[in-house]
Design a protein. Structure first.
Length: 681
């Protein structure tokens, strides 16, 4: 299986194969001082022969070279929290690794490795130190855990984040372990030389992040440092875990506001609005901050995921679906939830019927299409993003966000882009993307071992993602004799007039114009393009020309592109006979040529055919009948209705699924259309 390198219209793809599997990009930074960014990758936790982390070293070609880092102890880790930064005061990047461990159910204990600070050295190596274990040692006590102390150094933490909270020029850390049977959430205060002192109950007191009641034990899964109030000091955003336990139902996420000296007064705590997305057990996994509405204040975007459902309605798959929550500052030190207006329906990517682990775990922001509006990028683990899991949400002028066509990144391959992260890797101000792809080895089956391996894929942007200003359309004319007619990157119109012309439309969607009728010309598909012969126009050889315009009708020859999408939509929604409806074909081509995506055009066609509020029964019956040729049997009808009603599919995405089947291609004669073209007016 070849490595999919994505959309080559916007990216140059570089693939670097790793010796073994990896699940996530844990951190990025220059670890060996060579000026190239390196990746810290989480390895497969169920592969005992592998270390829990591996390093891919960046190189001058833009790719990565496989390397190994072994974290001592049991390699069967559930997750590791990794930070790259300058912690020791020597100007070189270091590596902090906190092992979250895994839960040993028979013995009811979390097992893992001790946290380690690996110090960067002058020769580009990482050397383990005892800085973190030395800081923790005074808090270790034998016997039952109590009084804020823990049994040993294997902490089983939920998150670790770093920032200079006190303005002294070095990186401090917040270690999130609230609710664990060990030392609860605490700061690791850097002493300036890579040694640390724990602050457990001073800068943030315990009663600030536990519940308001005597027996409440609120829980947090993740934390993030963000300058929420724009004063230059890093505030701490605590992201909630929430379930139906009576002590947890009031749980919210909070912002602990930094006073500028590294203290977080109780009077300045901001309680964030709860999400309306709540099915028994949920958690907020990531947050990011930027000015969404242009008022000069930092707004927040939180990512939530559904975990195991303990609400009594049955167990749902763990970590299923993503819910995006948009919180806008109100000018009075608080936030208001504007999710509904900023995002709209999230049924396609927040449904309980999605596969397990189908959730985003990271959010970033960048202006990926260079339109002056910030966009947001979601990072997923496994499984990979597909049509139900958008990666890029394009910011709109009204402050809302619209999921982009996944083909912008994937080039049409829906199984593409695990653990995707945006970076400007080459300093050209365009957003590049780095992600992982599973490769099954020689036997073609990915089996989590054997000859399987991972590829690190770099998509180096060659311009704005989907946002480059298109080249202006050109009118290109020949003479009465043979001419060579080169086109450009725009949607050109080419008229050869007389003579045997050779035209190359190059980029864009180009149209060759002829003076006679369709029947007075012969159109032949060749290995290099098209040959059009007839009348006073001579015999023309055409390359990269998608459309032919005759005086009575036009032909769309790009059946592997936009014309193919329109043909498949016509067949699935209106029936194969509608491919002869030249007006409908023309409307569809005009819309998709103008930038409307496949799914959006499908939804519009269904709305035209059935009405905007058609029932799931009507949608399934329409698509099934047109594609299969008979009305759906009761079991099939119930199954596909369930996918629509449960939010796994929208009518548009289900329509795309139906239109892309081989049955639909056969019904509409897609192979034949590639030779004759789709007629339109």
């Amino acid at each position: 299986m070849s490595v999919p390198l994505g959309n080559d219209e916007y990216f140059d793809g570089i693939a670097s194969n790793l010796a073994g599997p990896a699940l996530q990009i844990q951190a990025i930074g220059d670890l060996n001082g060579d000026g190239f960014l390196d990746l810290v990758l989480r390895a497969e936790p169920w592969s005992p022969s592998l270390s829990p982390l591996r390093i891919a070293l960046g190189n001058a070609s833009g790719g990565f070279t496989d390397a190994q880092l072994f974290i001592g102890g049991n390699p069967l880790v559930a997750a590791a929290y990794v930070l790259v930064g300058e912690f020791t005061g020597d100007g070189r990047n270091d590596l902090v690794v906190y092992d979250a461990g895994y839960y040993d159910w028979p013995n009811r204990i979390t097992r893992g490795n001790e946290p380690v600070l690996y110090a960067g050295t002058a020769d580009g190596k990482l050397v383990a130190t005892t800085a973190l274990t030395d800081a923790i040692a005074p808090w270790v006590t034998p016997g039952p855990i109590g009084g804020g102390k823990q049994r040993d150094l294997t902490m089983g933490v939920k998150d670790v984040v770093a920032a200079d909270i006190d303005g002294d020029g070095d990186l401090d850390m917040w270690v999130e372990s609230t609710g664990s049977a060990n030392l609860s959430g605490h700061f690791m205060i850097n002493q300036g030389n890579g040694t640390f002192v724990i602050d457990h109950d001073t800068k943030i007191t315990e009663d600030m992040y536990y519940g308001p009641g005597e027996h409440d034990v609120w829980r947090y899964g993740h934390a993030q440092f963000l300058d929420v109030n724009g004063d230059g000091a890093q505030d701490l955003v605590m992201l909630q875990i929430r379930d139906n336990d009576i002590h947890h139902v009031a749980q919210s996420s909070f912002v602990f506001v930094n006073d500028g000296d590294g203290n977080f007064p109780a009077a300045d705590v901001i309680r964030l609005p709860q999400t309306t997305f709540y099915y028994g057990y949920t958690s907020a996994d990531a947050a990011d901050a930027w000015d969404i509405n242009g008022d000069g204040r930092q707004d927040l975007v939180l990512l939530h995921t559904r975990n195991d459902d303990v609400s009594g309605s049955g167990v749902e798959p763990p970590w299923t679906g993503t819910f995006i929550q948009v919180l806008v500052q109100d000018g009075n030190g608080g936030f208001v939830d504007q999710t509904a207006t900023r995002i709209g329906s999230q049924a396609a990517w927040s449904a309980s019927t999605l596969p397990a682990h189908a959730s985003a775990s990271r959010i970033d922001h960048a202006d990926v299409n260079h339109d002056g509006i910030t966009d947001m990028i979601l990072g997923y683990g496994w499984p990979v993003p597909s049509t139900w899991a958008p990666v890029v949400f394009l910011g709109q002028s009204d402050g809302s966000f619209k999921p982009s066509d996944v083909a912008l990144l994937t080039g049409g391959n829906p199984y593409f882009g695990e653990a995707i992260r945006p970076f400007d890797l080459d300093g050209d101000a365009y957003t590049d993307f780095v992600h992982l792809d599973e490769q099954p080895g020689a036997n073609g089956i990915y089996e989590d071992g054997g000859d399987d391996f991972m590829a690190v894929v770099v998509q180096a942007a060659t311009g704005p993602l989907g946002g480059a200003v298109p080249e202006a359309a050109r009118t290109i004319e020949g003479t009465s004799v043979a001419d060579t007619l080169p086109g450009g990157a725009g949607n050109d119109t080419i008229t050869g007039f007389g003579g045997n012309d050779a035209a190359d439309g190059a980029g864009g969607i180009d149209t060759a114009v002829y003076a006679g009728t369709r029947n007075s010309h012969t159109v032949t598909v060749t290995a290099n393009g098209l040959t059009v012969a007839g009348g006073a126009d001579g015999t023309d050889s055409l390359q990269h020309v998608e459309r032919l315009a005759f005086v009575d009708i036009s032909l769309a020859m790009d059946l592997d592109g936009n014309a193919g999408l329109v043909a498949k939509i016509l067949g699935a929604v209106f029936g194969a006979s509608y491919l002869a409806n030249e007006g409908y074909a023309g409307i569809g081509l005009d819309l998709v040529d103008g930038g409307m995506g496949y799914q959006a055009l499908m939804q519009l066609a269904i709305d035209v055919r059935l009405g905007a509020s058609a029932s799931s029964t009507a949608v399934v019956t329409l698509l099934y009948t047109n594609v299969v040729g008979t009305a759906p049997p009761p079991a099939e009808l119930a199954y596909f209705r369930g996918l629509l009603d449960g939010g796994t599919f929208t009518p548009g995405s289900l329509g795309v699924l139906a239109a892309d089947t081989s049955l639909n291609a056969a019904n509409i004669g897609l192979a034949g259309l590639a030779l004759t073209g789709l007629e339109y007016v």
